[in-house]
Write a protein that binds this ligand. Structure first.
Ligand SMILES: C[S@@+](CC[C@H](N)C(=O)[O-])C[C@H]1O[C@@H](n2cnc3c(N)ncnc32)[C@H](O)[C@@H]1O
Length: 295
């Protein structure tokens, strides 16, 4: 095993056993949704700004097959949906807002959507309030540094359909989804099951018109970079994207001053109580992938 791989394995083991890292990496800071009542995503976007978002992005957010999170996009989100863009104080703030725009821009309102690994389903909740029919598939078992508060979320988001399983689920969910999407999830899926996750995901899309949209945390440099690249390639291939499309995006983001990188502050929060040399900084971006059912 190479030195970097060894360091990656050690850091992952430490992170897995650290409640501080697990909590900080996945939780919306400082808030638990109230029990019952209306869909709790309103704490990040109220109804009036949500309607403004629909007017602004509906049918109007073109997606390349492979792109990456930018500071320009984050600034646009901070201006137009500050609550959602400030809920986590890390890269999820960028990715959740981008996903909301990506769905609004490319999938007709009213369509069936499936979110893989929603955690607290802030984006699914907002999309449901807009008029989409959203199913969440998430085991809520703490995997991928995710939350476990399944009952809390089920009660707080009564309009969402929840399937409490890992994707692909055993429970039948239908195969007519206009979009299957995920935010900061696929990089956590083990390499030996990623092909089946991607394959099944394509099978559940509506023929001809279904799309896949995934925002993937990608480690460009530092521990785990090699494994991240291998998995990212498998994710892209599983979506029907060519190597050239992914490589072009990866090459472009290296020199683009707009590229959004996870900050030292975010890293330090994820580190929690761990000594720095057990959880060192990495260069992390969001790689954003988009494909049609027939790509
Ligand atoms: C880092 S959290 C991200 C949660 C959410 N997408 C967000 O933006 O806050 C990763 C989530 O993926 C879920 N997850 C991991 N592997 C999964 C799988 N194979 N199928 C479904 N969900 C999965 C975990 O349970 C966790 O909720």
């Amino acid at each position: 095993m190479s030195k970097l791989k060894e360091q990656a394995a050690r850091a992952r083991a430490v992170a897995r056993s650290s409640p501080a890292v697990r909590k900080a990496a996945s939780k919306v800071l400082g808030r638990v949704p109230p029990p019952g009542g209306e869909n709790a995503s309103a704490w990040t976007i109220k109804d009036t700004p949500l309607r403004t978002l629909v007017d602004r992005y509906q049918g109007s957010f073109p997606l390349p097959a492979a792109s990456y999170g930018t500071v320009e996009d984050f600034a646009d989100s901070a201006d137009n949906m500050p609550g959602l863009a400030g809920a986590n104080f890390d890269m999820k703030d960028l990715q959740r807002c981008w996903m909301l725009k990506a769905i609004l821009g490319n999938v007709p309102v009213g369509s069936r959507l499936l979110e893989i690994g929603a955690g607290e389903p802030l984006v699914a909740g907002a999309l449901s309030r807009i008029g989409y029919d959203v199913t969440v598939v998430d085991a809520y078992d703490g995997s991928g540094n995710g939350p476990k508060e399944f009952e809390t979320f089920r009660t707080a988001y009564p309009d969402l359909a929840f399937v409490r399983e890992h994707f692909p689920p055993q429970t039948p969910v239908g195969d007519d989804f206009a979009a299957i999407y995920s935010i900061s999830v696929l990089e956590h899926v083990p390499l030996d099951v990623i092909d089946s996750v991607m394959g099944r995901s394509r099978e559940l899309l509506a023929k001809e018109r279904g799309v896949s949209i995934h925002a993937v945390d990608h480690v460009l440099a530092g521990w785990g970079a090699e494994e991240h690249l291998e998995k990212l390639r498998r994710i892209a291939t599983g979506m029907g994207l060519g190597d050239a499309q992914l490589d072009a995006a990866l090459a472009e983001l290296e020199d683009d001053p707009e590229t959004y990188f996870v900050s030292a502050e975010s890293h330090n929060r994820w580190r929690g109580a761990l000594p720095y040399d057990q959880y060192r900084m990495r260069r992390i971006v969001s790689v954003n992938l988009f494909s049609g059912a027939t790509s």
